[in-house]
Design a protein around this ligand. Sequence first.
Ligand code: ADP
Ligand code: MG
Length: 156
Amino acid sequence: MINLITYTPEQTIALGKKIAKFLKPGDVIALSGDLGTGKTTLVKGIAQGLGINKKEVNSPSYVLIREYTGKKIDLFHCDLYRLNNVEQISFLGIEDYFDRRGVFVIEWAKRAGDLLPDQYFDITITLLGEKKRGFKLKACGIKYQRLIDKLKVIVK
Ligand code: ADP
Ligand code: MG
C-alpha cells in the first residue's frame, strides 16, 4: 500500500502521470472518494501519461464510458455515480472492457460490486483540506502489488 498527499490539482495530475508509466493493457483502476476529491483530475493525469490530450478528458458522468486513443495504450474511463444498482451497471458491459487493449478506469468503482475483476488497482481519495487530498493506493491482486512496488520507488 502507498499513502500520500497532494496539495494542488497539479500534484494530483503529476501523480496520475507517474501511475500511467507502469500501466499495461488490460489494467483496471478502481477509484473511490467523495465528489470533488479529485478522481477525474487523477484520470486527467493518467491520460496525459498515456499521451492523450488533456483537454479531451472530462467527467464521463453523462456518457458513462468514454474511450480515448493513447500513444500505445488506450484509455476507457467510466463513472458509475449515476448508477444505483448492479443491474444498471451490468448493462454497461464493463466486463467486456477488461480484456481490451486499454486501461480501464472506473470512478465510484465500489458500486460495481462483484462486477469488478478479481484483480484491480484500488485508489481511494480523501478530502483533507481545501486543496489537500489523501491518496491510498492499494493492490487487489499480485499483478497490482508489482505495480505498487515499482511505483513506490518514484513517488516516495
Ligand atoms: P471527482 O472526480 O472526484 O468528483 P474532480 O477531479 O472532478 O473530482 O474535482 C476535484 C476538484 O478539486 C477540482 O475542482 C480541482 O481543481 C480541486 N482540487 C483542489 N485541490 C486538489 C488536489 N490536491 N487534487 C485534485 N483536485 C484538487
Ligand atoms: Mg469525477
